[in-house]
Design a protein around this ligand. Structure first.
Ligand SMILES: Cc1cc2nc3c(=O)[nH]c(=O)nc-3n(C[C@H](O)[C@H](O)[C@H](O)COP(=O)(O)OP(=O)(O)OC[C@H]3O[C@@H](n4cnc5c(N)ncnc54)[C@H](O)[C@@H]3O)c2cc1C
Length: 390
């Protein structure tokens, strides 16, 4: 019997493991999931929790999420040897595999921007909301905020959900209006790029909204350091922005045990990403290795929506490789980003490698879908491997 090791029980890993378990007979393969955490967070809630639009309790036990017949190993991966087909674990014995699925996501590193960690830990103004704890703390800080500059910055690394900082900015601006303090707040977001959102026609629609609502976008701003004593962010060009309340996006990287001196990531940008074929999700050197989600180098937007589509591709292609058949499925780069523009309104940006798919239209229905419907669909259908429209 073959062993399929799935590294990571986040969006991509949990879905793929459950789908594989449903597709493969128990005497054909054992499916073993390794994660260093016993909790799986619904990360899209992190920009909703601060405003009270979703309850803070947004995690499930990994044990609960995985189907019966999927083995869960609670341990940290410390290395992978794809030639020996082994995964080294921090506490347990090496895990031998026949097939490997890597879904270890992004590593958030608040120490990569000088001053960020100190500013978060030692002041009451800085909340890197990509961390669950900071999202909770930002909610408390918003309640006490009565005016000044509200700043959101993006790091120089790739980030998961590139729409999240825009959503937080727009929801905050709307929140200040609802609190009756909008005239006392300057709302600014920065990005080290010419535009705040990469994909058209959503970008132009967002510019329209931001201009109407006087939300400032500072382009080509490369965050160099945060000075918590002075309450300023400095750019590589020597510009400074002062803040009174600040929500930086933390710099993000691959997971070191997967990337350090690893043949799995050789050849990708800075060796940070597992190198795969962007359509089949198969590793470009090791036929028995697949990767999906935020940890690999396919040029899609790093979202759970993308991981969901890829999970179905991997769950079809891996069994085909096991049985010596051609791989039947191709991932087309699909990603979706619900852009919440204000309380009760959202536009959905949906696109693939080639084209934009949805119209750039704000509606209440989009908000209801994203905030009220999607979390249950995520937990009870997608994660469990039941997906009517894979
Ligand atoms: C603020 C925010 C808002 C977002 N909004 C959206 C949205 O609106 N829509 C959307 O589609 N996506 C959104 N995303 C992105 C989405 O959450 C990610 O793209 C998605 O979770 C990626 O799935 P993944 O499986 O690659 O990684 P993850 O879900 O992050 O899972 C990675 C798993 O690997 C485990 N792991 C890592 N290293 C090791 C190790 N060494 N040993 C063992 N286990 C390890 C981790 O513990 C984790 O459980 C958002 C993310 C954030 C932070």
């Amino acid at each position: 019997m073959d062993t399929i090791a799935v590294l990571g029980a986040g969006s991509g890993g949990a879905m793929t493991a459950n789908l594989l378990r449903r597709k493969l007979d128990s005497d054909e393969a054992e499916v073993v999931v390794v994660d260093k955490s016993t909790e799986h967070f619904y990360q899209p809630s992190f920009y909703l929790i601060p405003f009270g639009y979703l309850e803070p309790d947004q995690s499930r036990d990994v044990d609960e999420l995985l189907k019966p017949g999927v083995e869960f190993v609670h341990d940290a991966v410390t290395g992978v040897d794809p030639d020996e087909q082994t995964v080294a674990l921090e506490a347990g014995e090496d895990l031998e595999y026949d097939y490997l699925v890597v879904a270890t996501g992004h590593r958030l590193d608040p120490t990569a921007t000088p001053g960020l960690l100190e500013a978060w830990q030692e002041t009451d103004e800085v909340f890197p909301f990509y961390h669950y704890e900071a999202a909770l703390e930002l909610g408390e800080a918003l309640e006490d905020f009565d005016g000044g500059t509200f700043l959101v910055t993006q790091p120089n690394t790739p980030i998961k959900c590139p729409g999240a900082p825009l959503k937080l900015t727009m929801l905050a601006e709307d929140y200040f209006r609802r609190q009756g303090i909008r005239d006392d707040v300057e709302v600014i977001m920065t990005r080290n790029a010419e535009h705040h959102f990469g994909v058209q026609p959503y970008r132009d629609k967002l510019y329209e909204i931001w201009n109407d609502r006087d939300i400032k976008f500072e382009e080509n701003f490369s965050v160099e350091e945060i000075d918590p004593d002075a309450g300023v962010v400095r750019s590589a060009d020597g510009e400074e922005i002062s803040y009174d309340l600040y929500a930086p996006v933390t710099p993000q990287f691959g997971q070191e045990p997967i990337t350090d001196n690893s043949p799995l990531t050789e050849g990708s940008d800075d060796g940070e990403y597992v190198t795969i074929d962007k359509h089949t999700c198969q590793h470009d050197e090791y036929d028995n290795v697949f990767a999906l989600g935020d940890c690999e180098n396919a040029p899609h937007s790093k979202t759970a929506a993308a991981a969901r589509k890829q999970a179905h591709v991997v769950a079809n292609n891996l069994p085909a490789v096991m049985n010596g058949r051609p791989m039947p499925k191709e991932y087309d780069g699909y990603a979706a980003c619900p852009l919440l523009t204000e309380k009760g309104k959202a536009l959905i940006a949906e696109f693939d490698y080639e084209n934009s798919i949805s119209a750039p239209v704000e509606s209440k229905m989009n908000w209801i879908m994203d905030v009220n419907v999607l979390p249950s669909v995520y937990w009870d259908a997608w994660m469990k491997g039941y997906d009517p429209l894979p």
